[in-house]
Design a protein around this ligand. Structure first.
Ligand SMILES: [Zn+2]
Length: 97
């Protein structure tokens, strides 16, 4: 299967976003991309960061990694606020094996 061309997703383009990381062991953590920029640099590709993530509890690769612009997921049809955007971080989990 040929590798699909993937657009780069530099972290600096998603400074206000968070990564929602789920692990098979049940651990879940939200990581602000702003923090990842401080650690890895603003030009670091989000896909690259995603492939390097490990669970803080069991050290496995995460089961799913999603991105959101609202870590508390508020505004989802509630009170007329703007719904939270949640989308998967592609190219991370699918290629783990
Ligand atoms: Zn885990």
């Amino acid at each position: 299967m040929p590798k699909p061309e993937r657009p780069l997703a530099p972290a600096r383009d998603h400074l206000g976003w968070w990564l929602i990381i789920h692990c098979r062991c049940g651990y879940r953590v939200d990581l602000p991309i702003r923090l990842l920029v401080e650690r890895h640099g603003a030009n670091t590709d989000l896909h690259l960061i995603g492939t390097r993530l490990r669970c803080q509890r069991c050290s496995q690769r995460p089961m799913t990694v999603n991105m959101t612009d609202r870590p508390d997921r508020t505004g989802q049809g509630y009170g007329g606020g703007t719904p939270a955007t949640i989308k998967p971080l592609p190219g991370v989990v699918e290629e783990a094996g």
